[in-house]
Design a protein around this ligand. Structure first.
Ligand SMILES: Cc1cc2nc3c(=O)[nH]c(=O)nc-3n(C[C@H](O)[C@H](O)[C@H](O)COP(=O)(O)OP(=O)(O)OC[C@H]3O[C@@H](n4cnc5c(N)ncnc54)[C@H](O)[C@@H]3O)c2cc1C
Length: 309
């Protein structure tokens, strides 16, 4: 039995326990256009054999004249259509949300990438747990013969200040010796092939291959978590070989979400976080109240960026 309803906007013929499965197809307010211009993928080559390709986006279709940023605005306002707000009000809202870490509207946009990268890069990348990943199976298939080999000038010397990093190039002779070592490890590939042909299981044979070998995966992530990934991996502290991938991914998404990307640059990427000790040092124009050398170096670096030294 249909219950009496007091809300005039509610159709009285609709029952709470409805079984009508009719789908109402709603026309868009404006024609929809493809954010990837009808292309199957947008691809950027990275390193010697790698690439990052953007293969899909949500929203893929957006109202003509808008950008995919519209999905952030739509979610934040929980609105149906485009609404009546002006473009600059939408921009202001996106910037406000990002500045104040209202993150969930940015999760409404998703990007799917197809990536080919060396295994040692993939190992760092996989630590980002908020993406959906599907990797090429070296149990199922023979892995292709592709290895990362830097050019002589890109072989870095171990940094003296940062145990995790390398900075300047090393002398040519040592760089060439290192590249020869990489070549030697690549020679294991022909033995890998021979032994798989003799029946050794692919899942075992792959254990003999070096981490310079390229792997591939599909990697899907929402914009909020992608910004988190990019802020860590586009940073100068990230290893150069993953940084070039992060830079390429940013180049791919920027034209699709230009408003969010600009806000990300202003409030995250090119911004700066100050600790309370740093704020005190700044306010009282005194050295930072910490005897930790690393913290002091970090404050020096921030002072340089602020133009105080
Ligand atoms: C320059 C650099 C150097 C690094 N060096 C090392 C190293 O030496 N050794 C090493 O092991 N790692 C290292 N890492 C990896 C680093 O510690 C993080 O694992 C990686 O950056 C992923 O960060 P995340 O957990 O914030 O990201 P994501 O996994 O993408 O997670 C995003 C956010 O979601 C939340 N989250 C996700 N999953 C969980 C969960 N299960 N529980 C609780 N919260 C969750 C957290 O708030 C997290 O910040 C390094 C990273 C960088 C950028």
């Amino acid at each position: 039995m249909t219950k009496a309803r007091t809300d005039p906007s509610v159709d009285p013929s609709r029952d709470d326990a409805r079984s009508d499965t009719t789908i109402r197809e709603v026309e868009p307010e404006r024609p929809l256009v493809d954010v990837m211009n009808g292309k199957a993928r947008w691809e950027i080559p990275v390193l010697d054999h790698g690439f990052v390709a953007l293969v899909d986006v949500m929203p893929r279709l957006i109202p003509e004249g808008k950008t995919a940023d519209t999905a952030v605005v739509q979610a934040a306002r929980v609105s149906y259509g485009e609404g009546t707000k002006k473009v600059n009000e939408d921009r202001g809202l996106v910037r406000y949300l990002l500045r104040h870490r209202h993150t969930t509207p940015f999760e409404m946009i998703e990007f799917k990438f197809h990536v080919a990268m060396p295994i040692f890069v993939a190992r760092q990348w996989i630590r980002h747990r908020t993406a959906n990943v599907n990797e090429y199976s070296a149990r199922y298939s023979i892995v292709p013969d592709r290895f990362y080999r830097p050019s002589v000038e890109n072989v870095r010397r171990q940094s003296m200040t940062n145990r995790q990093g390398g900075d300047d190039s090393i002398e040519v002779g040592t760089a060439e010796e290192f590249i020869k070592l990489l070549e030697d490890s690549e020679n294991l590939y022909s033995r890998y092939l021979e032994l798989t042909e003799q029946g050794v299981a692919r899942e075992m044979a792959r254990a003999a291959l070096p981490v310079s070998l390229y792997t591939e995966w599909y990697w899907k992530c929402d914009l909020h978590n992608l910004f988190h990934f990019l802020s860590l991996r586009m940073d100068s502290h990230a290893q150069q070989e993953i940084r070039v991938y992060a830079d390429a991914m940013y180049d791919l998404i920027k034209p699709i979400v230009p408003v969010s990307a600009e806000a990300f640059e202003h409030y995250r990427l090119d911004g700066m976080f100050l600790t309370s000790l740093e704020v005190d040092a700044l306010r009282e124009n005194k050295p930072i109240d910490s005897d930790n050398k690393r913290e002091q170096r970090e404050w020096d670096e921030k002072r340089r960026r602020l133009g105080l030294d």
